[in-house]
Design a protein around this ligand. Structure first.
Ligand SMILES: NC(=O)c1ccc[n+]([C@@H]2O[C@H](COP(=O)([O-])OP(=O)(O)OC[C@H]3O[C@@H](n4cnc5c(N)ncnc54)[C@H](O)[C@@H]3O)[C@@H](O)[C@H]2O)c1
Length: 338
């Protein structure tokens, strides 16, 4: 029996959309059929580059193309509105992270999924990222022992994307754009938090551009996560790191986008220090995490199951932790879970 080919529309034609277009090309059972962007130039450019049809209105795309899946790559403050429109049209939704601006607004996506009986996943791509997905598997297998402490960080130039990212009502800067990646992964790795304490600085837009969140998880683990948008116009490359210290081993990861030697490409390093042993380099799997994420979502649709990875419920719990982190940044106080 021939495999079903899923007809996919990308909604929003910016930075994330380009990553999804590349991922779709990697999958045999996915075909990019259309793009929609309210800015015609952006839709036309994307359509030409990726060989699909351009639309400027979502309702028109949904009515004319009837895609199987919509990938929402629009600004965060539009996620609920766009997810509702797709769900109402019976279209499955893969929505970019974070699910919405806060946990209350995130409920709208869950309600839309349930009302219209579609499948929905939130694109927390770090769960599929080489070196991160495997860290979770190693922790689950007990290879790291009891996890005692965890540090995660990411730093980036302020993206040259839509102005919405540095709008306190629409994008909220580094805390919403970057920190959420690691907060979702920490929630996936360690479960629910009991308290958070944040130190953060604002830029002149009013968004927090440098955030250090200290988290205590209900299992007792202490963690910190840092996101930094203060590296302005100086060429410092996009960088992410983590260190996970367990009773049996410490696992460390480092990624730096190409900068000193563009030809050499990005640098990534991953190693483990096992109890009683010597540091050992680990090979990082070669995997396009966006393609792995989409392949997983399509397999859920095929099998008639709701996704477990990136479920809207877990994404809502992650944005709830982010709400606590923001409340702590604003008050300067420890915020405890009820
Ligand atoms: N997973 C990742 O690695 C990753 C990377 C980048 C962005 N993202 C996420 O993807 C989503 C989109 O981010 P992006 O960086 O692609 O943004 P972007 O600004 O580059 O692109 C957003 C697109 O949406 C369009 N748009 C549609 N309606 C709009 C409106 N009413 N106002 C403004 N723009 C409108 C814009 O024209 C633009 O082309 C966000 O949720 C972001 O957090 C994820």
């Amino acid at each position: 029996m021939s495999k079903k080919i899923y007809r996919i529309a990308v909604i929003g034609a910016g930075a994330a959309a380009a990553l999804h277009a590349r991922a779709i090309k990697e999958l045999e059972n996915a075909k990019l059929i259309a793009v929609c962007d309210t800015f015609p130039g952006a839709a036309d450019r994307f359509a030409e580059a990726n060989g699909c049809k351009a639309y400027y209105e979502l309702s028109r795309l949904l009515a004319e193309e009837k895609p199987d899946v919509a990938i929402l790559s629009v600004p965060v403050f539009l996620h609920a509105e766009y997810a509702e429109a797709c769900a109402k049209a019976g279209v499955h939704v893969l929505c970019e992270k974070p699910i919405e601006m806060d946990a209350d607004r995130a409920l709208r996506l869950i309600e839309a999924r349930d009302r219209y009986g579609i499948r929905m996943m939130i694109g927390h791509v770090v769960r599929f990222w080489p070196g991160y997905a495997e860290a979770k598997e190693m922790a689950d297998r007990g290879e790291l022992g009891e996890i005692l402490s965890v540090n995660f960080s990411r730093a980036s130039q302020v993206p040259a994307r839509g102005g919405w990212i540095l709008d306190p009502e629409k994008g909220r800067g580094a805390i919403q754009d970057m920190l959420i990646h690691d907060i979702d992964f920490l929630h996936y790795l360690l479960g629910d938090v009991s308290s958070v304490y944040t130190l953060a600085a604002r830029d002149d837009t009013g968004c927090f551009d440098h955030v250090t969140a200290n988290l205590r998880f209900k299992n007792g683990t202490a963690a910190s996560a840092q996101a930094d948008f203060t590296l302005k116009d100086n060429g410092y490359p996009f960088t992410t790191r983590y260190r996970i210290c367990g009773t049996e081993a410490t696992l460390e990861y480092f990624y730096r986008a190409a900068v000193l030697d563009i030809q050499a490409g990005p640098q990534a390093e991953w190693f483990i220090c096992r109890k009683g042993g010597q540091p050992e380099a680990l090979p990082l799997p070669e995997r396009n995490a966006y393609a792995a994420q989409l392949a997983y979502f399509l397999s859920c649709i095929e099998e008639g199951k709701d996704p477990v990875l990136g479920s809207p419920e877990s994404a809502r719990e992650s944005i709830h932790i982010l709400d606590m982190i923001r409340a702590s940044a604003e008050s300067g106080e420890i915020v405890r879970e009820d």
